[in-house]
Design a protein. Sequence first.
Length: 176
Amino acid sequence: MSFYPDAYIRFLAEFHGTRDYFECHELLEDYWKEHPGSDSGLWHGLIQIAVGQYHLRRGNREGARKMLRSAWERLRREDLGQAGLDGPALLARLDDAAGRLEAGEPLPYLSWTLPIADDSLLEAAREECARLEADWCAGGEPAAAIVHRHRLRDRSEVILARRESIERRRPGVSPE
């Protein structure tokens, strides 16, 4: 992949800068939905890594295990390489983390650094990170608003859509 989507560059900037894994998920999910069939396994797998990190940071080991193992199963070395990442290194890290969680071993949350192999992608992601006024790979814990973001977002549209879907599936309700 010689062209990297803006959403992917922003994903990398958020992943390594703000460590807002929820935002990482949202960015790539929006892109994935807007471009169905376009490297869907890649985008889905990267989303799962972000969600796995989100769960691990919040102490949800089972959620982290499921996401990281699923990402390991979904991602392909070739796709990761085309996305400017070191596929073997990332897959090994995913397998190790998921395996440790599956074995019940301690796996404390640590901010991950995705192994970016393409220097131009790394430069673009660092520039985006600076634009976000975040420090690339800085340590420290983000604000509670980032750590617990799923609790703080407005879900009224999602709740309404689910309710409407349930209503449409009820017997005797005709489709519009």
